[in-house]
Design a protein around this ligand. Structure first.
Ligand SMILES: [Mg+2]
Length: 217
């Protein structure tokens, strides 16, 4: 498989899918009660954009239903920043993914539903053996639903290829979500299905080119 550029999903691909549900979401929910008392102008501005009476209930509802709400995503980015910066959160990126991102000579880009800000935080505070590893210098760019559209639409992948400035055919996209892979393929990208512990089972694995360790790249 020939490709010059790599586009990576995050959850279920470079780190466990459980990181978001079992670490990031609970951390955010713990902070919801104190949000309305926050003196941070950025937090207050985002809260006012919801335009609802009971902002805490609204946020809890969005989180419970896993709604990809752009304001919620930005708010989570701000709250998680505090968690990472204080050392309460580190990102459990798989060792083989860290090695690949550090050692490949191909440009690596990220495409995740989480906001660009949340993505950058994750790669800034990657869990290392003694201290956090900052992978940001190794990553050429980040895309999210605000910059490029939802991950299950082909158009989003065409937008990204155009932004990177290369032929879709030169890009390898890796994700654990088959709907995302199909959308990327329709846009002309190459794709591989990430197989990681805890990922949702895929019915017909033989239909996909799979990868369980980035050393295979
Ligand atoms: Mg994923």
């Amino acid at each position: 498989m020939a490709f010059s550029t790599v586009l990576l999903d995050i959850e279920g691909t470079v780190c466990p899918i459980s990181f978001v549900k079992e670490t990031l979401f609970p951390y955010f929910l713990q902070q919801v009660d104190s949000l309305t008392q926050s003196r941070e102008p950025q937090v207050q501005d985002l809260l006012s954009q919801f335009k609802v009476e009971d902002v805490k209930a609204h946020i809890r509802d969005l989180v419970a239903r896993d709604v990809k709400d752009p304001i919620l995503k930005q708010l989570q980015g701000v709250i998680w920043q505090h968690g990472y910066a204080s050392g309460q959160i580190t990102a459990p990126v798989y060792a083989d993914a860290i090695n690949f991102i550090k050692s490949t000579n191909k440009p690596v880009y990220i495409y995740s539903s989480g906001s660009v800000k949340a993505q950058q935080l994750l790669f800034q505070y990657v869990r290392g053996s003694d201290k956090a590893i900052d992978l940001r210098p190794e990553i050429m760019g980040y895309y999210d639903i605000n910059t490029s559209g939802v991950k299950t639409k082909s158009e989003s992948y065409r937008n990204i290829a155009r932004d990177i400035g290369c032929d879709p055919n030169d890009i390898l996209f890796i994700s654990d979500n088959v709907l995302e892979l199909e959308a990327a393929q329709k846009a002309g990208l190459k794709s591989k299905l990430a197989i990681r512990p805890g990922n949702y089972p895929v019915e017909d694995l033989s239909a996909y080119d799979t990868i369980s360790d980035f050393a295979q790249l």
